[in-house]
Design a protein around this ligand. Structure first.
Ligand SMILES: N[C@@H](CCC[C@H](N)C(=O)O)C(=O)O
Length: 287
């Protein structure tokens, strides 16, 4: 099977995108296609697969598969790339429009530079803070903030929340020393998070600036995670390190995102989206 694709990235968080308006794929093959395209040796090489889909709630929809073939419900960097694609390919003709992800419908606004989409702002909606909404096991609480969380004899404190997908945030003094490679793969599968969790280490530089590293559920270390950056901004406010309604610059491995949790409880994310390549993937050669 030959599958036309576009490879795009948001701050180095890179996905193979397939436009299923024109080329529908079989549901049962999606996890395998995701694993295969993501393989750097026998595939295209990516953090996963994103489908750009028709939607009955918005002009365009997005589905995200991690590089292990598991499906996530939301992807901040993916949303910005889908917004760029939808505008530049004429799926939409106005600069503000909606995108449906599995976690819900969001508003996207594209900013143009020489007729091309340069920056995208997404209204990521209201964070889910209750323990059951994350989901995380234990007695129900309205917020999981700075809770004791021992992992492999490391006495950590976790702030957890959902941005449509689950995030566990750990504040550290020095991002260069964050135990991402050792504890990321352990925490992501910790049974206290029954659906697994995206793991983020965050160093607070100032109330408006954070350093951030991520171990993504289903994909491992990536250069950036949009929903994770939003979660880090929210967690910083919940812990008193930052303020609501102010722009927070989140420095990820691949570059910066601007995050704001506003007074109406909505989280805003602004950052770039870029096209890497377009081509045709030969799926049968990799089965
Ligand atoms: N890279 C993404 C998140 C992708 C999904 C995540 N790994 C999950 O399984 O929840 C982002 O930019 O938000």
């Amino acid at each position: 099977m030959k599958i036309p694709f576009v490879k795009m990235h948001g701050l180095g968080n890179n996905y193979v995108f397939v436009d299923t308006f024109d080329h529908p794929l079989e549901e049962r093959q999606l996890p395998e296609i995701a694993r295969n395209v993501a393989d750097v040796h026998t595939g295209i090489g990516s953090d996963g697969l994103i489908l750009i889909t028709p939607s009955d709630k918005a002009p365009v929809g997005m589905r995200i598969f991690n590089n292990d073939g598991s499906e996530g419900k939301n992807c901040g960097n993916g949303l910005r790339c889908v917004a760029k694609y939808a505008y530049e390919k004429g799926i939409v003709s106005i600069e503000q429009f909606q995108i449906e992800a599995k976690s819900g419908v969001v508003d996207a606004t594209v900013r143009l530079e020489d007729g091309k989409v340069d920056q995208v702002t997404i209204d990521m909606g209201t964070p889910w803070l209750k323990r059951s909404e994350i989901p995380m096991v234990g007695a129900e609480v309205d917020q999981v903030v700075g809770e004791a969380f021992d992992v492999s004899h490391h006495p950590l404190e976790v702030t957890a929340l959902s941005m449509g997908n689950p995030h566990a945030i750990f504040f550290v003094d020095d991002i260069a020393q964050a135990p991402l490679k050792t504890l990321g793969p352990v925490i992501t599968n910790d049974p206290r998070f029954p659906d697994g969790v995206n793991v983020e280490f965050v160093e607070v530089v100032s109330p408006t600036e954070l350093h951030f590293r991520v171990w993504e559920r289903g994909s491992g270390i990536t250069q950036a995670c949009g929903t994770g950056a939003c979660a880090a901004g929210v967690a910083s406010v919940l812990n008193g390190y930052a303020k609501k309604d102010s722009d927070i610059v989140v420095h990820l491995s691949g570059g910066d995102l601007i995050i704001k949790w506003d007074l109406h409880d909505r989280v805003w994310m602004t950052g770039p989206a870029e096209v890497i390549a377009e081509g045709v993937y030969h799926f049968e050669r990799n089965v």
